[in-house]
Design a protein around this ligand. Structure first.
Ligand SMILES: [Zn+2]
Ligand SMILES: [Zn+2]
Length: 749
């Protein structure tokens, strides 16, 4: 059946509205409470823990092993909510702090996210607020707030009706669902009081106990908030007034309670508030002036001095309040806010206001450092839970930022391959510290001392050890990764505290796109831009960090990034020459291991061409081994490989067939490198021909040479690797320079 768009929208809105159950009577709410007491009386910390757990978590690679990532921090990129990139340690610290507070039933500290500028502190908070908002629309995330309803007609003799009208005989059990024309006045609690606080605190333990008997699995939760907290002063005032008007008949008081489902909203500053340093972040009293609603109040209540609480603390109640750049505020205000966090209430006028808020703050590392120098710091410290948010040290994660910028730039001009990767690598290199020998056992002093920034970055990113190391040292270094990762952890000079920020790298990348001398965003345009960037140390803080060896030596780091870029580009160019058919190295590499296993175990290998089972092929073994870095006896080398394969198979029984390229990445690289080393002259010749491509001298080349150069060019400009005619030549020049540098490095070593 055909339905119009407006029909569909109307139906969907109606379904959502019904599903949301926006308005309830107090009895409805009590029934829900009996079914599951926890969901309706959890506090802001418990709610936030549930938000985080609602999205769940999964494992991702980290430095030296897997780490947990919470889905909440992945955002929803399709809806314009960007993910928090990396920062799994900070995620863990925040989640642990909040979970501990949720178990405890109360968080008496402010969570202070600190780190260098632009490290993702605010994104982390934004995602928490976004998650809160999203969850508040879920069935399990329903939050309810209190409103007071006064009908046009009220029971006789109470003075609670408007205009003294008489009550009908069929007085309803609740005014919550009265049609608007029967409502004389409505008071909305701006603090969004939990309607269940209308139950007197003396009655709450028994009510809770009977609900928990039906739902014993909730006994592990803390109900401290429900048992200890109270209605806000104004709701309390109304409650008392009603109770006295009804001569203590509580049943009649709760008729006035309307339960409204509320939603967290950053836009409307409801339960999710960010305050800037210049803001006051406070709560104030304001007399409720006689606007519309109040004039309809029953005479009895009109005589009460009604006031409301306004300000950030009120807006954030039942949610989260972020103090942006917390330590930029004056000291007295910081002190006051920290005390408020600790106590969990504020005094407004002569009234006590219970707060139900998670307090979060962000602070720049330098401000924090200055703050720590204050004599008062010791007394503040206990009121803060510090979470460090450093710059990333993993290129594989850092690259995501630049990939999205590059994708954006690619709409208007060509962006060459490896651009984002080079930015990420350079940025990470500027952030790494040199390992200090004295932090390690003597037998690895040489190993850690010789580790270059590039090697450290690759070790962090993919657990890759330098090819220059032999097996024993490679294993040793791999086992040192957690130590390297944590070496500076407990110092204020932690790794990721200084270095190029994402913001600075982004600016350089944008600048590379508009260089006069570049036809596209080519690798060489980016390198030129980075050279400009580091030429004036006064412009960037990270250029002022004292060098330790080549660590924090920007020129040396840029050379290292250029070197690695050369490796990537050379691999593209070699691949594009198609000297061997696609996939041939990989096939030979895999076949080699099948034959080694057969050789050592004395078994047979199935020949894929004939289907016959044959003994290991000695010629094949030797041809590959020529390309591998074998020192010492070949038989020992082969047995060692076979036992590593055996051990891997035991650890990974489901991996069938074994991925040899993943198991021996260093050998795979070595084989490839040596294969081309053998053909170096040819590779260089083809590269020089490609550079001539399109010029007059290209026509002077022989037909075969022209064909190889043209094929290389064509392959380079295919979708993968994705060069354009301009940056393909650029890349070939970088590859040639790279080969030349390798020769000069080799001869000087
Ligand atoms: Zn209230
Ligand atoms: Zn290009």
């Amino acid at each position: 059946m055909e339905t119009s768009p407006s029909d569909r929208i109307a139906r969907s809105v109606a379904q959502r509205f019904a599903g949301d159950r926006r308005l309830l009577t107090f009895d409805d709410l009590l029934a829900e409470f009996s079914a599951d007491p926890y969901l309706l009386v959890r506090n802001a910390e418990q709610y936030m823990r549930d938000v985080i757990e609602h999205g769940g978590s999964y494992a991702v690679p980290g430095i030296g092993g897997e780490v947990t990532r919470w889905r909440l921090f992945d955002g929803a990129p399709a809806d314009g909510v960007a993910a928090l990139i990396g920062q799994e340690e900070a995620q863990r610290d925040v989640v642990e702090t909040i979970s501990a507070a949720a178990r405890e039933g109360r968080l008496d500290r402010m969570i202070v996210l600190h780190g260098p500028n632009g490290s993702g502190k605010s994104s982390l908070v934004e995602l928490l607020q976004w998650g809160l908002e999203l969850y508040s629309h879920q069935p399990d995330g329903a939050l309810y707030a209190l409103r007071w309803i006064f009908p046009r007609t009220a029971p006789e003799g109470t003075g609670l009706g408007f205009g003294g009208a008489r009550a009908a005989d069929d007085e309803p059990d609740s005014y919550a669902l009265l049609e608007p024309e029967h409502v004389a006045a409505r008071i909305v609690c701006e603090l969004r009081c939990n309607p269940l606080f209308v139950v007197p605190d003396s009655e709450r333990p028994a009510l809770l106990e009977s609900a928990l008997e039906r739902r014993p699995q909730r006994r592990s939760e803390s109900f401290r908030h429900y048992l200890d907290s109270n209605l806000c002063p104004r709701c309390k005032q109304i409650y008392e007034a009603l109770l006295s008007a009804y001569h203590g008949d509580w049943r009649r008081v709760v008729r006035h309670v309307q339960v409204e489902r509320i939603f967290i909203s950053r836009r409307f500053r409801s339960g999710a508030v960010v305050t800037q340093p210049q803001g006051t972040a406070d709560a104030q009293l304001r007399m409720v002036s006689g606007d519309g609603g109040l004039a309809g109040l029953p005479a009895h209540l009109q005589s009460l001095p009604l006031f409301e609480v306004v300000g950030d603390l009120a807006d954030a109640n039942r949610g989260v309040l972020e103090f942006s750049d917390f330590l930029k505020r004056n000291l007295e205000l910081s002190k006051y806010l920290l005390q408020t966090t600790e106590k969990g209430f504020v005094t407004v006028g002569n009234l006590l206001l219970d707060l139900d808020v998670v307090f979060l703050a962000t602070a720049n590392e330098r401000h924090l450092e200055a703050f720590k120098q204050l004599p008062e710091f010791a007394s503040f410290q206990a009121r803060m839970a510090f979470v460090r948010v450093p710059y990333l040290r993993e290129t594989g994660k850092e690259v995501a930022v630049y990939r999205s910028i590059a994708a954006e730039m690619a709409r208007s001009r060509h962006v060459g391959p490896h651009i984002a990767e080079t930015c990420a690598l350079f940025a990470v290199l500027t952030r790494l510290h040199q390992p200090q020998q004295e932090h390690y056992p003597p037998h690895v002093h040489g190993l850690v001392h010789e580790l270059t920034p590039l090697e450290k970055a690759l070790l962090y990113a993919e657990g890759r050890v330098p090819d220059r190391l032999d097996g024993t040292n490679a294993r040793e270094l791999r086992s040192l990764v957690p130590r390297l990762r944590d070496e500076y952890r407990h110092t204020t000079w932690y790794e990721g505290r200084v270095g190029a920020s994402v913001r600075e790298m982004r600016a350089a990348l944008m600048q590379a796109a508009v260089r006069d001398d570049a036809a596209c965003v080519s690798p060489s345009a980016l390198l030129a831009e980075l050279r400009d960037m580091i030429s004036d140390p006064s412009l960037y803080r990270f250029l002022q960090v004292e060098a330790q060896g080549t660590y924090h030596d920007a020129a040396a780091l840029l050379r290292a990034a250029t070197h690695e870029l050369g490796v990537w580009i050379l691999a593209d160019v070699q691949q594009a020459m198609a000297l061997v058919p696609e996939g041939e190295y990989d096939r030979r590499f895999d076949t080699y291991f099948q034959h080694v296993v057969a050789k050592i175990q004395g078994s047979l290998v199935r020949d894929p061409n004939t289907g016959r089972r044959e003994p290991a092929d000695a010629r094949l073994l030797e041809s590959v081994e020529r390309l591998l870095p074998i020192t010492g006896d070949v038989d020992t080398y082969r047995s060692d490989l076979v036992s590593r394969i055996g051990a891997h198979a035991l650890d990974h029984p489901d991996e069938q067939p074994i991925d040899f390229r993943k198991l021996f990445p260093d050998l795979h690289r070595a084989m490839r490198r040596n294969f081309f080393e053998d053909r170096r002259g040819l590779v260089e010749k083809v590269q020089r021909h490609v550079l001539l491509y399109g010029s007059a001298s290209f026509d002077d080349l022989g037909a075969d040479d022209r064909a190889v150069a043209a094929r290389t060019m064509e392959n380079l400009t295919a979708e993968t690797p994705g060069y354009c005619a301009h940056c393909a030549k650029d890349a070939v020049q970088i590859a040639l320079d790279h080969l030349r540098d390798e020769v000069s490095e080799g001869s000087s070593a």
